[in-house]
Write a protein of this length. Structure first.
Lengths: 158, 1052
């Protein structure tokens, strides 16, 4: 496990080891590691003096946290109400087919993690798909291939 | 901005605001305001900005023109947009490539680029300025309006519009009690969901002794479909912060927490920048401006849990715990963050506070209704033309929002419902269109205001699916603390899911209602208490749609996949398995394809030529491209079978002795006969004319449907065991009573709609005026009907086009004009037929209505017409044509053909027959196809009036099913099945390159020259290669059901 424990400690210190900052600390660790490594959770529990079970409780309660490593690119398909009625679920299925993974899973080559979100607040341009921080508006099933291709290209800054 | 001095006193702030205002007023440079909220950026506004910067630099204008990067202006549909001052021009959907032109033309030469202006799709009028656009006209943007004026990352921009003036007023001229009093006077109610009066909440917190008190800004906008809080926080963070500071002053709080969704990165960024700016100028901290007011902000980022919108859950989350709500009271106003009094309001509520303090509570209360004051921001999304954020006075009607501001439903589809209030809200049906939108009216109608999401749904939205969607969301988001919510939402979802899959039971609806009430009663927080709303409100207004799913296994909106399977198969009135035969064609298995077609369709070659192909209209490939050319593929299969001598011989079946009579040998009668024969009966068809086939034989000319094709299909029906007796007129040669006397056990009336309607204009009785039906019948029966040189046809249906094209083929005919009172878009005729007519040189005059036939010696010589324009929509949803006064003109003619409409002629039914009619149409029980007389069934045009071939065939097929039940003495109940193919054909693999290249084929036609003055069939068959290529383009929806996936393996 290549957890950079000094980075984890830095995140804890940044929030002055306050118990109340648990979520913020976990957010910082996830931003750094792309997920929450078990060792990091143990380190947080120790440093804050919080039982590990409570740390894991928080880490599994909130949708934003992942206990599994995620891919280089995060494909987030919006399933908000507006996107839903404009065909969001069909877009998700197309990504599932093209990537051969289910939401929450990562492709075996570690390139993509497929995720869903309840709403991105860009309802006017739905169905919306966000890859990393790029928004793709008015997505159709036919555009899915093209979107993936842009990120598959080696060397493209993500 | 960096050199803004630290503000140490009230005077410093006053001066900073005054300076900023003055600088703004004195700066006379043109300004390019670019909206760059999240939506704008998603549509490329940052690229527009850099292109504009580059163009300005090239033009050496970078010092003379300002670019202001703002948040969202609300009109998301028009993104990226630019407002250009001083002209106040509004350019929409700006491409970065246009930057040079905008600078060169509009900035330098003051020329307006017309094509970038907004055009009203309804009237075609262009709007130069933002306020002229219908989307903005009825809005009152008191809260959101400032977004367009400021760069959210610059505090001096906020100062320049008088920012922090309200805080100044509160700190220097008002006591905390006076601030609370003003908020109470305003009548402001929480904009986040429940609508609790804000002033009262503050009063409670103010009265608490415990300290330190806190305030929280709820920016965890969790309702899917609502995004006004994001827009406000992104586009005008200081306004929200100012509101919070006023609130803190009022209740005596020292700390303000902004709990913001992590899914809103730009909002987090801009509010962070804003707080840093406040810290830099000294507007937060100890003893702010020397007034003794201590206050600071903290940002807490949400981690994605809908339940954290609930106050106590949010507090738990801010305190680093799992976001589970707790029992209230005590309310957070008494015991909140850290156990101390805490006020939580949402972004929009805080955004209203500066306005109330500046203008006064009374002024605010003058807007809105008795119980709902001020304006409310709604996110108008879904199936609506002008998507965006709209800020309107409370009490505005739904109609004004959807039609006047929203511009109606795209594609002129029917408005079905609007969902308000997010997952805890409800769906309002179209009948509530005139409902005033305020807290009380929405609650009375069974929904809630919620945070202001307004999701518009059209006929292609399934309400069962919508309920399932929200339940899925809620069962996922239920925190799990209360069993009623955790298990209840799960079970509700399972039941609705079952219904959506066509597996519902009759008592499911009762169970749903009972369970919904229990979840409501037994759950602790708002999530659980409202979790049943999506079910209850859809059940309240759309129970019939649930029932259709349960009893008939139908999803009228074509959404529920397990019910619909392939839309082409599902919508076909006779249940043709289009998806199956297309899949077989894709593999070159034509003979099997032929058998699949024949299984459900005894008149396939007729359908392959004249069917109005609802399958193609429903085809999913048509949603983002062209639908599959299904009819042409069918034609290819049938022509291939014909050419290769492949014939389908029905398997022999056990004989049944009961005699069954069918009256009328059109598509309905022939189909009924065929399917009865397949069930072992030997029915007899009595046909009045000398040929069988009905309208397909005598109503459609040979250039579209050759006689031989009809004759061949009729022979096939006969060969299957049906006797056809021609020249037998009901009421003359036979009677219904007589048939029963002769031992027939059941009679099927499919006598069609053969009576032409008169127009009701003077002169239509003259010689030379024909009815299309009679005209087509005569030429189809081989008579010659001279029409002269000039022919006019009145009407816009297929019959009008057929008559026009037939007349045009007559020797000596020089000019044929079709007169239609609406436009091409409203024409009921098939578009391909209209195009073919135009191609052949037929003149179609749109928006023209005849008013009088001019005669000489009793013979028609001309027609007087008036030009029309389209007015408002009529009951059918089409725009009503209105005559233009004084536009009369005449057209000379030798023959006038009226193709207005037909109706059934059922004068053969007498009183004693006990068969109920509605006008001339025979009335049947929709479920059993039986008339009011036992044993007499009816279907086709005689029941529906003029209709499509395949609809008549469906009526025949149903009649065969029900007649069999009747004569066997079985319960008269229709069988309903899920749409499923009879076989699963493995998919073909299509490369990305092929998929990208594939397009709907052009169907070969005879050239107009080859068609001149003859009745050779115009449309030809696809080549084998073209048919296969087109079949490979099919999306194979049939493989997306659970059955389909299982049949071919999960991963094709």
């Amino acid at each position: 496990m290549d957890v950079q424990i000094d980075r984890v400690n830095a995140a804890i210190l940044k929030h002055k080891s306050r118990k109340k900052a648990l979520i913020a600390i976990l957010q910082d660790i996830q931003a750094e590691h792309n997920y929450l490594p078990p060792d990091a959770l143990r380190a947080v529990a120790r440093s804050l003096g919080v039982p590990l079970i409570d740390v894991i409780g928080v880490a599994t309660f909130y949708r934003a946290f992942s206990l599994k490593p995620r891919g280089r690119h995060i494909v987030t398909v919006c399933l908000g109400t507006a996107c839903h009625i404009r065909g969001g679920p069909k877009i998700l299925e197309e990504f599932e087919r093209k990537l051969a993974v289910k939401p929450g899973e990562t492709t075996p080559d570690g390139q993509f993690t497929l995720e869903t979100v309840a709403c991105l607040g860009c309802c006017a341009i739905g169905p919306v798909v966000v890859v990393d921080r790029d928004y793709h508006a008015h997505t159709t099933t036919r555009k899915v291939d093209g979107i993936l291709k842009r990120y598959r290209k080696p060397g493209r800054p993500s | 901005m960096k050199n803004l001095p630290r503000l140490q006193s009230v005077r410093d702030l006053k001066k900073a605001v005054a300076d900023a205002k003055r600088r703004r007023a004195e700066d006379k440079r043109p300004v390019l305001t670019v909206s760059a909220g999240t939506c704008g950026r998603a549509r490329g506004s940052l690229k527009v900005i850099s292109a504009l910067e580059k163009s300005l630099k090239t033009a050496k204008l970078e010092k003379k023109v300002r670019i202001r990067v703002t948040g969202c202006h609300g009109f998301c549909e028009a993104e990226p947009n630019i407002i250009i001052q001083p002209q106040d021009l509004f350019y929409q959907k700006v491409d970065p490539k246009r930057a040079d032109e905008i600078i060169g033309q509009t900035i330098k030469k003051k020329k307006v680029l017309e094509d970038l202006l907004y055009k009203d799709p309804a009237t075609g009028a262009t709007a130069c300025e933002e306020h002229e656009i219908p989307f903005y006209k009825k809005q009152n943007r008191l809260v959101l309006g400032d977004n367009a004026l400021i760069d959210p990352t610059r505090i001096d921009d906020y100062f320049s519009i008088g920012g922090y003036g309200a805080l100044l007023k509160a700190l220097t001229k008002m006591s905390p009690e006076e601030v609370i009093g003003e908020v109470k006077t305003s009548g402001l109610r929480g904009r986040g969901g429940a609508g609790f009066p804000t002033g009262r909440k503050w009063e409670v917190a103010r009265a608490q002794k415990a300290t330190p008190k806190s305030i929280i800004c709820n920016a965890d906008e969790g309702d899917p479909g609502a995004y006004m809080d994001r827009s406000l926080l992104e586009g005008n963070p200081h306004r929200v912060l100012e509101g919070m500071m006023i609130g803190a002053f009022a209740i005596g709080a020292r700390e303000g927490v902004i709990y913001v969704r992590d899914e809103y990165p730009l909002a987090v960024e801009n509010v962070t920048i804003a707080i840093e700016a406040l810290r830099r100028v000294g507007l937060v901290g100890e003893n702010i401006l020397g007034t003794g007011f201590d206050f600071d902000f903290k940002i807490a980022k949400g981690a994605g849990a809908f339940v954290c919108g609930e106050e106590t859950a949010m507090i738990a989350s801010i305190e680093g715990r799992v976001g589970e709500p707790r029992q209230r009271p005590p309310y957070p106003a008494m015991k909140g963050l850290g156990g101390k009094p805490t006020i939580i309001n949402n972004v929009e509520t805080w955004g209203n506070i500066p306005l109330i303090i500046t203008k006064g509570g009374a002024a605010f209360a003058s807007i809105g209704t008795a119980g709902s004051k001020g304006t409310k921001i709604f996110s108008l999304v879904g199936k609506i033309n002008n998507t965006g954020l709209v800020e309107v006075p409370m009490g505005i009607t739904l109609r004004e929002i959807i039609y006047d501001i929203g511009g109606g439903i795209p594609g002129d589809k029917k408005f079905k419902a609007v969902q308000t209030g997010g997952p805890a809200g409800g769906c309002l049906p179209a009948s509530k269109i005139d409902l005033p939108i305020d807290y009380e009216s929405l609650a009375a109608a069974g929904s809630i205001m919620g945070s202001g999401g307004m999701i518009v749904m059209d006929e292609s939205t399934c309400m069962v699916d919508v309920a399932k969607y929200f339940l899925n969301f809620l069962r996922d988001e239920s925190c799990g603390k209360c069993v009623s919510c955790r298990e209840g939402t799960q079970r509700l979802w399972e039941i609705v899911k079952r219904i959506s899959e066509g597996q519902g039971k009759d008592d499911d609806l009762v169970l749903l209602e009972e369970l919904a009430e229990s979840v409501k009663d037994a759950s602790m927080c708002g999530l659980g208490q409202n979790a049943a709303n999506p079910v209850l409100s859809t059940l309240k207004y759309f129970k019939a749609e649930y029932r259709q799913h349960i009893r008939r296994k139908k999803c009228p909106a074509l959404v529920c996949k397990e019910i619909v399977s392939s839309p082409c198969h599902y919508v076909c009135p006779i249940g043709q398995e289009a998806s199956t035969y297309i899949a077989l064609v894709a593999q070159g298995r034509y003979e099997e394809a032929y058998r699949v077609i024949l299984k459900d369709n005894p008149l396939p070659s007729i359908c392959a030529r004249v069917c109005h192909h609802p399958c193609e209209t429903a085809c999913r490939a048509g949603e983002s491209g062209d639908p599959i050319s299904i009819r042409a593929i069918k034609r290819f299969v049938l022509d291939w079978a014909e050419a290769n001598g492949v014939r389908y011989v029905p398997e022999p079946v056990r004989q049944n002795k009961e005699k069954i009579a069918i009256i009328g040998g059109g598509p309905a009668g022939l189909t009924a006969g065929y399917f009865l024969a397949r069930k072992g009966y030997r029915p007899t068809i009595y046909e009045a004319l000398s040929v069988a086939g009905g309208m397909t034989a005598v109503g459609i000319p040979d250039h579209r449907l050759p006689k031989e094709v009809v004759a061949r299909e009729v022979e096939f029906i006969k060969a299957s065991g049906v006797t056809i007796r021609t020249g037998q007129v009901l009421g003359h040669d036979i009677t219904i009573d007589g048939l029963f006397r002769d031992g027939y056990k059941a009679v099927f009336c499919s006598t069609g709609a053969g009576k032409s309607l008169a127009m009701g204009i003077p002169g239509e009785e003259a010689e030379g005026v024909l009815h299309s039906l009679e005209y087509l019948r005569e030429i189809n029966l081989g008579q010659t009907v001279p029409v002269g040189k000039r022919v006019c046809v009145v009407g816009g249906g297929n019959s009008a086009i057929d008559a026009a094209r037939a007349a045009h083929r007559q020797p000596g005919c020089e000019k044929v004009s079709i007169l239609y009172r609406r436009t091409k878009a409203e024409m009921p005729a098939l578009a391909e037929e209209v195009d073919a007519a135009i191609e052949e040189g037929i003149d179609i005059q749109f928006l023209v209505a005849p008013i009088r036939v001019i005669t000489e010696y009793g013979k028609a010589t001309a027609i007087e017409c008036v030009r029309m324009r389209l007015g408002d929509k009529d009951a059918s949803g089409r725009r009503r044509p209105v005559p233009i006064e004084g536009s009369n003109f005449t057209m000379p003619l030798e023959t006038l053909i009226l193709a207005i409409s037909e109706r059934p002629d059922t004068s053969y039914i007498g009183e004693g027959d006990e068969i109920r009619r509605v006008e001339e149409n025979i009335h049947i029980d929709e479920e059993t196809a039986m008339t009011t007389r036992a044993g007499v069934f009816a279907g086709g045009d005689a029941v529906t009036g003029p209709n499509m071939v395949v609809e008549a065939m469906a009526a025949g097929k149903l009649a065969a099913e029900m007649i069999e039940k009747y004569v066997r003495g079985l319960p008269m109940q229709r069988d309903y099945w899920l749409t499923r193919p009879s076989m699963y054909v493995p998919p073909v693999s299509v490369s990305e390159a092929e998929a990208a290249r594939a397009e709907r084929p052009k169907i070969p036609h005879l050239s107009p020259a080859q068609r001149r003055k003859n009745f050779r069939e115009v449309e030809m068959t696809l080549s084998e290669e073209a048919a296969c290529r087109e079949a490979r383009r099919c999306l194979r929806c049939d493989l997306e059901t659970q059955d389909g996936k299982a049949a071919v393996g999960a991963k094709p």
